[in-house]
Design a protein around this ligand. Structure first.
Ligand code: GLY
Length: 579
């Protein structure tokens, strides 16, 4: 009888231990954030440590990246936020992609002779779609976050008001777009110093942007889409030659979409749905790769097969992909094993398939190269992978005076001239023709990977090369790599047209390079966009939670200036207020 209380105590201790064990297996031992800028990573951590969840941190990081990387994303742009909620396993893609204004039409960028007007879809407000970032941040904060929007936007407001030190990357990019930045006085006033590229360490303050962010923090974007800010934007855009109307802003809505899912050798890939081409192309490539024993192949054969798989997926991207609210995208067929089997029948191991030998379509959309990505895992296991863009460096280069942010030039992601044969006699991609209210086709591919080992969260900027970078990253993860190994891997890419393999130094061995040439692949080393030397591309941000090892790691691509942080989240959102 004397032992009875002790037995009960032991019994409850055992239950507690079991409970703790189950809990430990279900939640990551650390939170992690990887972003393209150290200040954005710090802001995300600040929000997590204030009791926010991954979704609050995503809002904070989104806003800060727009402040400190104005060349890559911002309030005037759009993006895709892939969310995973740990409590119920819900996964959704928040589509905050820009929309074409209602006055847009398929020949918007053609002259009287039907020729594309150079630069018309790239520079100035005519190139800008209706932005989705403010609406997406407000939506994520309200529906999934735990903190008030104003709290999550506070770090961005602070940085915009107090300024941040200009870094070498900013200077390089500003140099590349200097003419466009100088063309618009309101832009030059903010992003240049005395009309020249600011010096290293120059404190770039953005008081107008701070006020705009403050307005969004106060009303969740009401003024931006329907109030005084909307009026100011429309007047400014029209004065600059653009075609936005108040109705365009009023009608803008983010859309929640089911992500694209596929499985490759026991690994689930969850990625962006149309209007991104990323998830469909990734699923298609993995389905095709699944038809081969790629792991057992010599390197030259493996790379050859991967190039052929990329070629075929990008051909289909050019023909079939567009905004699924406007065109029928045959997602199920394109991502099916049966279709993949059909596609790989044409692959010869001894010879590259010339792209011209595949059924012709038009020029693949030339998705811009600049954009940004971040990956977040919080202490409860909530995840966010988000890729955002204003398209080319500094977007359209146009700022509506008094608003403080650059408008995107995402209209360039449409096919400016579909249905019309190009110089090679190929007909255009109708699915991605410009239509009022339509979202331009994107390559942005925020992605989750899920298998017995654990979970990876990844993505990158890089225009049309985003998708093949994520493919290489996914295959690295499948092979057991950690976050650092995933992001450093030298890259190669084929996108159907032009019919060349672009590659970074070290993407494959010298023997493989020779063998690929012998098989007829046209190899083109990536050159530095800044002139001279050997170049690189992409800026991948990855988080890996290895459940088996109970370890979290994160990495920010050394090709960029970003930072990754893995830390004990002392105050989880649940503890903060139990929402
Ligand atoms: N603007 C780059 C992309 O959406 O793919």
């Amino acid at each position: 009888m004397n032992n009875h209380p002790r037995l009960i105590h032991c019994f409850f201790t055992l239950l507690l231990c079991l409970g703790t064990y189950v809990h430990a297996a279900d939640v990551p031992p650390r939170a992690a954030i990887a972003t393209a800028h150290p200040l954005a990573t710090r802001a995300g951590q600040e929000i997590l440590e204030a009791g926010g969840n991954a979704f609050d941190a995503a809002v904070a990081v989104t806003a800060v990246l727009g402040v400190v990387e104005p060349y890559g994303s911002g309030l005037g742009g759009g993006g895709f936020w892939l969310l995973h909620r740990a409590s119920d396993g819900m996964q959704v893609m928040v589509d905050g992609r820009e929309k074409a204004p209602m006055a847009a039409h398929r020949d918007l960028y053609l002259d009287d002779k039907g020729e594309v007007i150079p630069g018309a879809s790239i520079n100035g407000p005519l190139a800008a779609g209706i932005p989705g970032v403010p609406a997406a941040m407000a939506h994520i904060a309200k529906k999934y976050g735990r903190l008030p929007l104003a709290t999550s936007l506070a770090p961005a407001i602070r940085l915009a008001r107090e300024g941040f030190a200009v870094d070498e990357q900013y200077r390089r990019y500003a140099k590349l777009r200097l003419q466009t930045l100088q063309r618009f006085p309101a832009t030059a006033e903010i992003f240049l110093h005395k009309n020249a590229v600011p010096s290293l360490g120059y404190g770039l303050q953005q008081p107008d942007l701070a006020n705009t962010l403050q307005s969004i923090a106060a009303d969740g974007g009401e003024s931006f889409y329907r109030g005084d800010l909307a009026k100011r934007l429309v007047v400014g855009v029209q004065a600059g030659g653009g075609i936005w109307s108040l109705e365009d802003l009023r009608q803008y809505r983010i859309v929640e979409r089911a992500p694209i899912r596929t499985e490759y050798r026991g690994m689930k890939l969850i990625s962006a749905a149309p209007p991104s081409s990323g998830g469909v192309a990734l699923a298609s490539m993995l389905q095709m790769l699944g038809q081969f024993d790629v792991d057992g192949m010599p390197e030259a054969d493996r790379v050859h097969v991967m190039i052929e798989v990329m070629r075929r997926a990008y051909r289909d991207r050019a023909e079939y992909l567009g905004d699924s609210d406007f065109v029928e995208v045959p997602v199920v067929r394109l991502t099916s094993a049966a279709y993949a089997k059909q596609l790989v029948k044409g692959i010869r191991m001894d010879k590259a398939t010339p792209s011209a030998a595949l059924r012709p379509v038009g020029q693949p959309g030339g998705a811009g190269t600049d954009t940004t990505h971040f990956s977040i895992l919080d202490a409860e296991g909530n995840r966010v992978a988000a890729t955002m863009s204003i398209n080319y460096l500094f977007g359209s280069g146009f700022v509506v005076p008094g608003t403080g942010f650059l408008l995107n030039d995402e209209m360039d992601d449409f096919s400016a001239k579909p249905g019309v044969p190009n110089a090679y006699g190929l007909v255009g991609a109708e699915a991605n023709a410009i239509e009022p209210g339509k979202r331009p086709l994107s390559s942005m591919s925020p992605t989750f990977l899920d298998d017995d080992r654990g979970v990876a969260i990844l993505g990158t900027p890089g225009g049309s090369r985003i998708i093949t970078m994520v493919l290489l990253g996914a295959l690295q993860y499948a092979a057991g790599a950690d976050a650092e190994t995933i992001v450093v891997r030298p890259r190669f890419h084929h996108q159907y047209l032009p019919d060349v393999v672009m590659y970074e130094d070290g993407a494959f061995s010298a023997d493989t390079e020779q063998e690929l040439s012998l098989r007829g692949h046209m190899l083109k080393k990536q050159l530095s966009p800044y002139g001279g030397g050997f170049g690189h591309y992409g800026n991948m941000q990855a988080v890996v939670w290895d459940r088996q090892k109970n370890r979290v790691d994160a990495a920010s691509d050394k090709r960029g200036i970003g930072a990754a942080s893995v830390f004990v989240q002392t105050k989880t959102a649940k503890e903060a207020n139990g929402k």
